[in-house]
Design a protein around this ligand. Structure first.
Ligand SMILES: [Zn+2]
Ligand SMILES: [Zn+2]
Length: 84
């Protein structure tokens, strides 16, 4: 099950479970769409994985399986992945 992290790891923007602007990688490193596209170029800076839009969990499902409230933030901010 997805954690549904509550914020962008780069800029700390709020990304509630119903947000359609949340992007994540396969490890659930989570970013807002503007960081994902403009800063990161669609690649996770932690694992070099592909960033895709996080599916929205329906409200009824959130009652049984609430979203994470633990904020994850990169203290040093985000930089684009350098091409190898
Ligand atoms: Zn962001
Ligand atoms: Zn990642």
């Amino acid at each position: 099950m997805l954690e549904l992290r509550p914020n962008c790891e780069c800029c700390d923007k709020d990304l509630p479970a119903e947000s359609r602007e949340a992007m994540m990688c396969s490890f659930e490193c989570t970013y807002c769409i503007s960081c994902a596209e403009t800063v990161l170029g669609g690649i996770c800076p932690n694992c070099s994985g592909e960033l895709v839009r996080r599916p929205v969990r329906p409200v009824a499902a959130l009652i049984r399986n609430p979203a994470s409230t633990k904020r994850v933030l990169k203290a040093e901010g985000c930089a684009p992945v350098k091409a190898a």
